[in-house]
Design a binder for this molecule. Structure first.
Ligand SMILES: [Zn+2]
Length: 484
């Protein structure tokens, strides 16, 4: 099966409206294990009613984090373990959970190693039975059973641990060997009556991606029979923004997975990852998971949220921008200059920027309605400098921006799945040169590494005609005829 997997990552309850609306446009939904542990009943409803194919990311890398990254402040300002993490840890091996809950420290690599069997067993149980245990308590359970349409895991992801720059080489190799062992144990558990599709996951930071010495180890770690797909998560990585060395290193990583016959899926990816799913890409991706309301690249260690700001996905350059940046690009192209009638600008917008259903509803026949994507309300917050007033997006503005974003994603998937790579790249480069020229060299150099089609892109027609002409000449000459 070569068509890429379009996966939607479900983060919070506020994603629900957008998720329900677009459920048929995605192949599966992925949840973080901590969200499943915390809101099992709600997840059970979602997967039973809306999307049968689900994936749980077992997030076992939380055993590697500093305790402070797993904590939140309570109302009195004291730090405590986040409820969702505590609930998930209660489903994990007691010996490991207690180190975090009672001793309040990060388990050592040897402590994890001695619990592998128990960890694999517990994670397997969690991925296969936790959601089911909530469904059994629901009224709709008997209907699902009767119609045999109950939700099923699309994949089970084997427990995994990340490679970090802060670890020395031996520690990282140890983590890789634990990963290997987890996959092998998952494969052997998967023999029996009810077998599942299995997947692995590789998580690493950018500095480790640059270390060539890990490549061979990664290759031997993941070169195991019994599973096809492999999720990749590189800390805060976006290949469009990455420098040359990082891009090259990511290319080499994709090549390794190609060599061992695994199908990589980007665990958090933007248009760069979707484009890498095109079948003409030499070492391609086979799927991308993306969130409803977050940026595409994601940090592994949880970081504070910061103030929410309105974002708008600028389709032609395939980038989520702050609203004011998007508005200033449109403004620089004269959209709000009043030189033409507003309805003429609306037509330009639909022709050149986005003609999704949400944009039709939001912009209607007045280009100034574009600002509805930026609706915000003031609120105050206490800081050490006193009370400060800020604006935050209204729920409606966030929702319509999310819906426009998802329409854009569906359009990207359709185009990447049906159009030739060189025409996708030509359009992309043209748009970047018009709307974000400062970004052009960057994207061109990205294409040189991953698409390697630039010569063709520069003069596709001429080359093509030349080839036809010369082969026709050969044929004519062979047959004793000559072109004049
Ligand atoms: Zn739109």
């Amino acid at each position: 099966m070569n068509s890429p997997l379009r996966i939607l990552r479900y983060n919070t309850g506020t994603d629900k409206k957008a998720f329900v609306k677009f459920k048929n446009e995605f192949d599966a939904v992925i949840f973080n294990a901590t969200i499943v542990a915390y809101s099992g009943a709600a997840v059970a409803d979602l997967v039973s009613v809306h999307k049968r194919q689900y994936i749980i990311d077992p997030q076992t890398h939380i055993f590697q984090h500093d305790i402070s990254a797993l904590q939140a402040k309570n109302k009195k300002g004291r730090m405590h373990l986040k409820k969702s993490i505590e609930k998930y840890l209660n489903c994990m091996p007691e010996a490991l959970a207690n180190i975090i809950i009672d001793e309040q420290r990060t388990p050592k690599v040897y402590e994890v190693e001695s619990e592998i069997d128990e960890l694999v067993k517990k994670v397997w149980e969690f991925e296969t039975s936790y959601v089911d245990s909530f469904i059994k308590t629901k009224e709709y359970d008997k209907y699902l059973k009767f119609a045999k349409v109950g939700p099923i895991p699309r994949f089970l992801i084997a427990p995994y641990f990340m490679i970090k720059n802060e670890y020395d080489r031996n520690t990282n190799l140890k983590w890789l060997s634990i990963n290997k062992s987890c996959i092998e144990k998952y494969v052997s558990l998967n023999i029996g009556e009810k077998t599942y599709d299995l997947a692995a996951q590789l998580v690493l930071d950018k500095e480790s991606l640059l270390k060539k010495e890990y490549l061979e180890q990664i290759k031997s770690t993941y070169n195991i029979n019994g599973y096809d797909y492999l999720f990749i998560w590189i800390d805060d990585f976006d290949s469009f923004d990455a420098n040359y060395d990082l891009r090259q290193a990511f290319y080499e990583l994709l090549k390794v997975f190609d060599t061992i016959g695994k199908k990589p899926i980007m665990a958090y990816g933007g248009y760069d990852s979707i484009l890498l799913c095109n079948t003409e890409i030499t070492h391609r991706l086979y799927g991308v998971a993306q969130s409803v309301g977050y940026g595409e690249a994601r940090n592994i260690t949880p970081v504070g949220g910061g103030l929410p700001v309105n974002k708008y996905y600028f389709y032609p350059i395939h980038r989520r921008l702050r609203f004011d940046e998007a508005a200033s690009i449109l403004s620089s192209k004269g959209y709000f200059s009043g030189k033409k009638s507003s309805s003429d600008y609306v037509k330009d917008y639909f022709d050149n920027i986005c003609d999704c259903k949400q944009c039709y509803i939001t912009i209607k026949n007045d280009i100034n309605n574009f600002s509805n994507y930026n609706d915000s309300i003031p609120f105050t917050m206490k800081t050490r400098y006193g009370i400060v007033s800020r604006n935050r997006p209204t729920t409606d503005a966030s929702l319509i921006a999310a819906i426009h974003f998802l329409y854009c994603k569906i359009r990207e998937w359709n185009e990447v799945n049906t159009r030739p790579l060189n025409s996708l790249i030509q359009d992309f480069l043209n748009a970047v040169s018009v709307y974000a020229p400062e970004w052009y060299q960057n994207i061109k150099s990205w294409c040189e590494i991953y698409a390697r089609l630039l010569e063709l892109v520069s003069q596709p027609q001429q080359n093509y005609q030349y080839k036809i002409k010369s082969s026709m000449q050969c044929w004519l000459q062979k047959n004793g005829l000559f072109l004049i």
